[in-house]
Design a protein around this ligand. Structure first.
Ligand SMILES: [Zn+2]
Length: 470
């Protein structure tokens, strides 16, 4: 008898954080008309119909934490259906189908080790608070990977993550070897399981789903012949917005594929966690470090700029330099103050997520960590922790992803940086804005010549005029 073949589709659902960094309000986005903003429109086109069709029950998925927080507030019924899909999988298969994600869609290989730890710890805690269980797998933003990131995942108890075929450095045949999972060896005799997505199948779905002739046609003409030469598991991984938003109406493609056509093509549909449980890795692979699924130049798209985005991309390196210098100053000041209180500043930061998620009051958290301070000193510590939070948000990959500086996402990074600097000033009296503002002057748009210093001044002026100021 022929060996059984499995098919899994993983969908990554995410929207760039933007709008007001203090209140979290996105505000109106006229291009999203007739909806108030893009989150509303994409919920209507994609999140809601996929949830209502039951698609989330039959795929493997992850949602960005900032998107889930928005969904919980604005569309609690859709939010509940997302959580329910994972619960149903647990009930039916003994294991959930949702994966965690680092808190802020940060390109982790570009982050310092302690920032990697914080992003992963916060993402894990947020997942646990929402899904009510420990996550087994985690999605890496843009599939950006290096061994230090994988070590941090392993340290925090994660069993697996996902990469793309092009990121495998070992001899690897996308057909015969399939999705794995494979072991990746880590320093200190550790290892972590990695699933490998099929690039061609994933790209066909992500960029051309409406030209595939429907799920039945694609299954018969592509998945059936693929099965004959394929390894045991075939996995496609794409942005979840493919199904209904990037391609209108294609949530029906996903439904037919996963509930009928994949089986018709001879596959058993599975989720990543379920497959791993029954089929642990049997061989090792090596990965190309500092690569991602959406840049052909290592991580240059988010670091120095590259040909992945059109036009002048030199602003990216300049923006990162400005943020890095500010982050160093903030961290130095923060670590000095907190260290003097006899507490490890980075442990304190990792645990602060409970306060962010409103699971715990700030004062209670500090007391639990052994910091018995008077009210004023307590507020200073909480302000510094809030500064750390905004300094994490400012590294969201969206700030560097697109082609030009004069877009909302880079401004959002600067707005968060301004918040962080403000909070540090309130807590310590130190003004860190002078150097930051000067660094931003060389962050220049290739389209309209606007620079980061102007953007910063606008943000600060707007904030002074807004009713929430102070
Ligand atoms: Zn690139």
């Amino acid at each position: 008898m022929a060996r059984k073949k499995y098919f899994c589709l993983h969908a990554h659902f995410y929207q760039p954080a933007r709008g007001n960094p203090i209140t979290g309000e996105i505000g109106p986005e006229p291009l999203a008309a007739p909806f108030r903003n893009w989150n509303e429109r994409i919920t209507d086109e994609c999140y809601r119909p996929n949830a209502e069709l039951g698609n989330l029950n039959v795929i493997s998925f992850n949602f960005g934490e900032t998107l889930l927080a928005w969904m919980e507030q604005h569309h609690p019924d859709v939010y509940e259906m997302i959580l329910d899909a994972d619960r149903r999988n647990q009930a039916e298969h003994g294991v959930g189908n949702a994966l965690a994600m680092p808190m802020h869609h940060t390109i982790l290989p570009l982050a310092r080790r302690r920032d990697k730890r914080t992003q992963v710890a916060w993402g894990k805690a947020a997942f646990e608070a929402r899904f009510g269980r420990a996550p087994e797998g985690i999605w890496l933003p843009e599939m950006a990977v290096d061994l230090e990131t994988l070590s941090v995942l392993h340290e925090q108890g994660f069993k697996f993550t996902i990469v793309s075929g092009g990121q495998v450095a070992s001899r690897y045949d996308p057909e015969r070897d399939g999705a794995g999972p494979f072991w990746v060896a880590l320093p200190g005799d550790a290892r972590i399981a990695v699933f490998v997505r099929h690039e061609k199948l994933s790209t066909d779905l992500a960029f051309g789903i409406e030209h595939l002739g429907g799920a039945g046609h694609w299954a018969r003409h592509v998945l059936t012949p693929h099965r004959k030469k394929a390894g045991p598991l075939t996995m496609a991984a794409v942005d979840g917005e493919t199904f209904g938003h990037h391609h209108q109406g294609e949530h029906h493609f996903l439904r037919w594929l996963m509930t009928h056509e994949a089986a018709g093509a001879g596959y058993e549909v599975t989720s990543l966690a379920r497959y791993l449980q029954a089929h642990p890795p049997t061989r090792d692979i090596k990965l190309k470090e500092r690569t991602a699924w959406s840049c052909f130049h290592g991580l240059a798209r988010w670091a120095t700029g590259c040909a992945c985005t059109e036009g002048y991309s030199g602003w990216k390196g300049a923006l990162r330099r400005a943020l890095d210098r500010l982050a160093c100053e903030i961290d130095h000041t923060y670590a000095g103050h907190i260290g003097a209180l006899g507490v490890d500043p980075w442990t304190l930061r990792d645990g602060y997520i409970g306060v962010v998620l409103r699971r715990e009051r700030g004062a209670d958290y500090l007391a639990r960590m052994g910091l018995n301070l008077d009210a004023a000193a307590q507020q200073h510590v909480l302000d510094m922790l809030a500064a750390q939070y905004h300094a994490q948000v400012m590294y969201s990959s969206c700030g560097f992803f697109f082609e030009d500086f004069a877009r909302p996402e880079p401004s959002y990074a600067i707005a968060n940086a301004a918040c962080a600097a403000d909070l540090m000033q309130r807590a310590t009296g130190m003004d860190l804005t002078g150097g930051f503002r000067a660094d931003l002057a060389v962050v220049v748009s290739g389209k309209n010549g606007a620079n980061g210093m102007q953007a910063y001044d606008e943000i600060v002026t707007e904030r002074a005029l807004s009713p929430e100021a102070g």
